[in-house]
Structure formats: C-alpha cells, structure tokens
Ligand binder design. Structure first.
Ligand code: FES
Ligand code: FES
Length: 394
C-alpha cells in the first residue's frame, strides 16, 4: 500500500492504495463518489471520465498513484459548476439521456468541449465526444445539447479558452508519478479515518467540509428561547432521531438514528455545548460513528438568537457545519443535503415552538429515527416539477 494525497472535489484526501489501484476504484470505493461509473474498465466507453487537474481523463485506466498531488474533480464536484449546470439543463431539454449510465462521463467530456471549442461545430463536437459511448440515445440529443450550450455561451460573449487548462502534452496525471515514487521512498503517514470522540475525551475543533446557514422564527422572546437552549434534553427531543444517554452539557453522549431506504445508521458519539454569557449565542459540537456503514461524522451547530417584534419573538440563526466520511457520504450531494437540512430545521423549529408553548411533543418523537427516505422523497417531490421543467439541476 502507498500513501496517496489528492484533492478531490476541492477537499484534501489522504488514503492508502495499492500501486495497481485505479483512480476510479479510489473515488468509488474509498471516497464513495459513485457518480463516476464503470462500464468497460478498458478505457473505451468513457463512463468513468473525471477531471484530473482540470482535464478529462479515464479514471479506470489511470493509476491512482500516478495522480499523487493532483486535483481530481468527479461529477459530484460539478454540482455547482456553471457550465455543468447549463449542460444538465440542455441534456434534459434535448432528451440527451435515457438510462443515464453514460451521462456523468458525457457531462465531464462535454464541459471540456464547451470550454475549448470556439463555436458550435457539429462535426467537432461529434469528434470530441467520440470517446464517450452511449447505448441508448443515438447521440443526436447529446450533440444538440452540447451545441446549444456552446452557441448560447458564445452569444453571451463568453470566449473559448485555448487549451482549457492543458499545460503539457501526454497522459493526464503523468506529471505526478515522480512525486508518487518520492512518497514511496519516504512514506507520508496516512491520515487516520475520522473517529468518533469517546465519552470524556476532548472534542477537537475541526474545519467542516460543508456549511449550511438557515434561520427560523418563533413567537417567543429571546430569553425564553435561550433558557430552553440550556436544557440539553429538551433541545435533543426536538431533533428527530436523537436519543441521549447523558445530558450533562459538558459531556453529552447519545446517538442519532438515520434510516435511508435499506441503509440504517446509528451514529453513537459525544457532544459539548458552549454558550455566550448572555445565553443568546452558542454552539453544539460533536461527532459520532456508525460501525455498520463504516461512516463517521463531525459536526457543529452555531446559533444566534435575534430579538424580533420588540422582543416578543425571536429569529434563530443557525450555521450548521459537518464533515461526513464513509458509505453515507455518497448522499452528500450539496443540493440535496441543503434541501434535507432545510426540512430538518423546519421540523426542529416546529418542535421547538411546541415545546416553548408548553404543548406535549408528538408521541415517541424523541426516539423516532430520522427517516431520511421520507425526507428525500419530500425533497424529490418538491424538485420534480423543476426538473421536468428543465430549469433546475440535481
Ligand atoms: S469504464 Fe473507463 S473507459 Fe469504460
Ligand atoms: S443514456 Fe443509457 S448509455 Fe447513455
């Protein structure tokens, strides 16, 4: 095994891989980025195409070790990419996919053409996309979609980029082989997998990989809300799926249960509550690990209570930051996670208001597991009309 340090989708990643391990296996099996598809595994079909240092490459025939130090972008890393968003909309509009198996690789290759080709030349697009095979569509819709995006961008005055990030000739990733052999001579320690803090242990600060900001309002004064926030058990009972075994604010222990279809996860861990002297702001920081799915998370919730309506109501501003690794990280597509978080916060706000009004919690609410599938379905229900209208991206 060799230690491997990469940047994948703008996140530094350290892992260990055999010299023969392909980049596709690393992103799919080690990082759970399964949007990179494997078709032929011979460098023919293009389903596994990713960007290495900004240039498309077949990850099935690229040794991970040859990418030491490289910037790798998979289809998941293009969620917020402007060109990829335009291509997704165009693929939807032009019916450029059927089963979708080839689509991640198609989008990565098409994005490179959109960057490089000076105009929407059909022949140049067919040649440029000839390394990506599709068994379903007959290519007409795909070519039309790519042409339309190039034409629209050039009409908006966005010029083609010569080379589009290419700085050298030769196989992509080849510039990093020397670094790989140096690493083998003086092995870099492989970062330990994210571990759940144990009870009594110091909960270290960390830099979250994802940060989500949300807010909600409750019809109660800030002091009342602040007082409730000092009651760890009461706050936990408002969070779906959370079960506490200790509500000592200095050393909270418990677990959060999540069920997404067949995947049931039970993150056991610890947390700590910190509050400002006036009680109007604070944070909860903690981490947990689920042995079954081999997933781990570290997270923090920062809150700020702002008076509204002359002090009769409160705006609760939340900044939620987390890092998730392991199997469950594959549901971490930023758009969906943001929608899920919004629905979770809505549920938390409703439970908090009920508690502040002295109303009883819904029966079994505290112990109920977080039904990720129900939340996902509600997210999909909300997004479906936009997808069908071709105005959104997933
Ligand atoms: S799976 Fe890599 S080219 Fe087919
Ligand atoms: S849409 Fe099915 S292989 Fe392309």
């Amino acid at each position: 095994m060799s230690a491997l340090a990469l940047t994948v989708n703008r996140r530094a990643v350290d892992c260990a891989a055999e010299p023969r391990t392909s980049l596709a296996d690393v992103v799919r099996d080690h990082l759970d980025l399964t949007g990179t598809h494997l078709g032929c595994e011979h460098g023919v079909c293009g389903a596994c195409t990713v960007l290495i240092d900004g240039v498309p490459a077949r990850s099935c025939i690229t040794f991970a070790a040859a990418c030491q130090g490289a910037e790798v972008t998979t289809i998941e890393g293009l969620d917020d990419d402007e060109i990829a968003a335009e291509l997704r909309a165009a693929f939807t509009r032009e019916h450029a996919l059927q089963c979708g198996y080839c689509t991640p690789g198609m989008l990565v290759s098409a994005r490179d053409l959109v960057l490089r080709l000076p105009d929407a030349d059909e022949r140049a697009i067919r040649v440029g996309m000839s390394g990506n095979l599709c068994r379903c569509t007959g290519y007409v819709g795909i070519v039309r979609a790519v042409m339309s995006v190039i034409a629209a961008r050039r009409a908006r005055g966005i010029a083609a980029e010569v080379g589009a990030g290419r700085t050298a000739l030769g196989p992509v990733g080849s510039g990093h082989g020397a670094a790989a052999s140096e690493t083998q001579a003086a092995p870099k320690p492989v970062a330990a997998p994210l571990a759940a803090p144990t009870a009594g242990a110091t909960i270290a600060d960390f830099t979250p990989s994802t940060i989500i900001e949300q807010s909600f309002e409750v019809e109660h004064p800030p002091r009342e809300v602040a007082a409730l926030f000092t009651d760890v058990a009461a706050v936990a009972s408002c969070l779906p799926g959370v079960v506490l075994s200790s509500d000592d604010p200095a050393n909270i222990t418990g677990e959060i249960r999540v069920q997404v279809g067949p995947i049931a996860a039970q993150f056991a861990g610890v947390a700590r509550l910190e509050r400002a002297d006036d009680g109007l702001s604070g944070r909860i920081i903690g981490g947990g690990q689920d042995r079954r799915s081999r997933s781990a998370t570290q997270g923090e919730i920062r809150y700020q209570l702002m008076p509204l309506a002359g002090g009769d109501a409160t705006r609760v501003e939340l900044t939620i930051g987390y890092t998730l690794t392991g199997l469950l990280a594959q549901v971490g597509r930023s758009g969906l996670v943001r929608d899920l978080a919004r629905r979770l916060v809505d549920e938390f706000a409703a439970n908090l208001s009920r508690k502040l009004s002295g109303q009883p919690s819904a029966p079994g609410a505290a112990a109920r597991e977080l039904d990720g599938l129900a939340l996902l379905l509600s997210v999909l229900r909300a997004r479906l009309p936009r997808w069908l209208g071709g105005t959104s991206r997933s």
